[in-house]
Each structure stands twice: as structure tokens, then as C-alpha cells.
Unconditional design. Structure first.
Length: 290
């Protein structure tokens, strides 16, 4: 309580909490707006209030208020990440996880990621070709660590979240791809996501000195480590009957990658029960793309 006294009196907070059960939606709307103004520091007070009120309707309203506050905090954190000089992918990935798990303890996830990074780093050296580097990477990630992919029609929300992929050692194509990219960034491997329709595919990029751009030497499906050539990608576009434009094969920024993860996460929610989360994920993704 002391942390929020500076933003308002304890008496006002108590009065607001007592008005949460007001049947007048206009009154509740005004009360909600004032409570949200206090920011995330009021969440422990709301959680305590939820535990002491046996009224299910009031509890539902409190849960909604807590979610609004957590979502606002997440958007603030995403803004800080987006506007930073360097967009570390692990940080962005953990922010996505906090959408579903707002109380996530990130330190153990960082520790587990570092352990896996070190296992791969110990097997790499500067004399390996790009393909050899990737093969070593795959031997650790899919062999020693045992990362598995989940069939597309069985995807659940947690399959897209990096902390769940790490703990369960299985994930969606996007979830596995996110872990793959985080490890590559930590290992300084030049592997980035590309923008293929309906697929989350990665590319190993090398400088093209003639055009002064980055060009993919080959492509990787992070589901299980399958390697694809440029001809394979051309075949894929012919199969889906779409023209292969150059922008599909350019490396995507970390901000774009996190936006894509949020878009995929939005598809995992049951429209009849958590449709609002689908809307919120898409809203966050659109915000990152601005």
C-alpha cells in the first residue's frame, strides 16, 4: 500500500475498491479508469481484494482490471524494447511470454538459455563452414538437447512461448524458431528469420559484396533442422502459386520477428473463451510494426 500512497490516498483506493461491485456500468467504467491510472503497483492490492471477496462477479471484474494493468505494463515494456538502440531477441521473447504468464520469473529462463548456448559454443570453432556450423548446432539442439516439434493441428498457446519450449523441449515451428534465433544471436551466428507465407523459415546470411546486401546461403526449417536450398524455396512458391519476390528472402529485424510471434500466438486462443486475447496480441503486433 505504501508504494501507491504517493499517487493517491489509501482512503481513495479503499473507496474505489468498494465501488467495483456497482451495478451501474457507467460508474464501474469511471472507477476502472481511476484504478488503472494507479498503474501496476496497485495489482497486489487488487489480488488481495480478489481473495477476500466471495462474489464471483466482482472477482471477474477484478481479474479484468488486473489484466488491463498487466497489458498496459507489457506495452510499456515493449515500447522500451522497440525504442532501444539494440533489440535483443531474448528480451523480446520473454516479453511475449509475459503476455500469457505476467508473473514469469525470467532469471531461470535466461540461465537455461545460457546453458544451452554454452553447450553449442563448446562444439563450434572458426574453421567450420557455414553448413558445418549449422550441423554442429543441430546435433546439440535436436540431438543432445532433444528439441521436438509439435504437429501444426496440435498447437497450444504454450508451444509458441520460449520459456515453455525450453522446459518441455518441444514447440511449434515458431516457438522452436524463436529459441533457435535467440541461440544464434547469442552465438553471433548470422541466421535470421525470413518472411515466407505460412512458414517460419530461417536463413544463413552472408555479405554480398557486389550488391552490398546480405544474401542467404541456404535456409533452415527450425521445426527439426531441415536444410533448404534456393531451388527448394522456388519450388515451394510454385506449389502455393505465389510469385517469389525478393523481400521474402531478406533478413527480418528482431522487432518484425517478435511481431510475427505475437500474430501466431493470437491464433492459439479459443475465440469463444479468450477472443479478447487474440485481439490484444494482434494489437501488440501492429504496434511493433508501426
Amino acid at each position: 500500500m505504501h508504494e501507491i500512497v504517493c499517487m493517491g490516498t489509501a482512503n481513495e483506493i479503499s473507496a474505489l475498491l468498494n465501488l467495483i461491485d456497482d451495478p451501474d456500468e457507467e460508474v464501474f467504467g469511471a472507477v476502472s479508469a481511476r484504478i488503472v491510472d494507479y498503474g501496476s503497483t496497485i495489482i497486489p492490492t487488487l489480488e488481495h481484494w480478489w481473495e477476500t471477496i466471495p462474489n464471483e462477479q466482482v472477482q471477474t471484474r477484478i481479474e479484468g482490471l488486473i489484466h488491463r494493468l498487466q497489458l498496459r505494463e507489457l506495452k510499456r515494456n515493449l515500447t522500451d524494447w522497440k525504442e532501444a538502440s539494440r533489440h535483443e531477441l531474448l528480451t523480446g521473447s520473454l516479453l511475449v511470454s509475459t503476455f500469457q504468464y505476467p508473473d514469469l520469473a525470467t532469471a531461470p529462463v535466461i540461465t537455461d538459455t545460457e546453458r544451452l548456448r554454452r553447450n553449442i559454443w563448446l562444439e563450434l570453432n572458426n574453421y567450420l563452414t557455414p553448413l558445418e556450423q549449422v550441423n554442429v548446432f543441430h546435433n546439440i539442439l535436436y540431438g543432445y538437447f532433444g528439441l521436438k516439434t509439435i504437429p501444426r493441428d496440435e498447437y497450444k498457446t504454450e508451444d509458441h512461448l520460449i520459456h515453455k519450449v525450453l522446459s518441455s523441449k518441444k514447440g511449434s515451428q515458431v516457438g522452436n524458431g524463436l529459441l533457435y534465433l535467440v541461440l544464434c544471436e547469442l552465438l553471433d551466428l548470422p541466421i535470421r528469420a525470413i518472411q515466407l507465407p505460412e512458414q517460419f523459415i530461417l536463413g544463413y546470411f552472408k555479405p554480398d559484396h557486389e550488391t552490398n546486401t546480405l544474401k542467404a546461403a541456404f535456409f533452415i526449417d527450425p521445426s527439426g533442422g531441415q536444410i533448404y536450398t534456393h531451388r527448394d524455396i522456388e519450388t515451394y512458391f510454385k506449389r502455393i502459386n505465389e510469385p517469389l519476390e525478393q523481400n521474402y528472402l531478406t533478413p527480418r529485424s528482431n522487432v518484425d520477428t517478435i511481431a510475427t510471434v505475437l500474430e501466431e500466438l493470437s491464433k492459439s486462443y479459443d475465440p469463444s473463451k479468450e477472443g479478447y486475447k487474440t485481439h490484444e496480441c494482434l494489437e501488440l503486433a501492429r504496434y511493433l510494426k508501426l
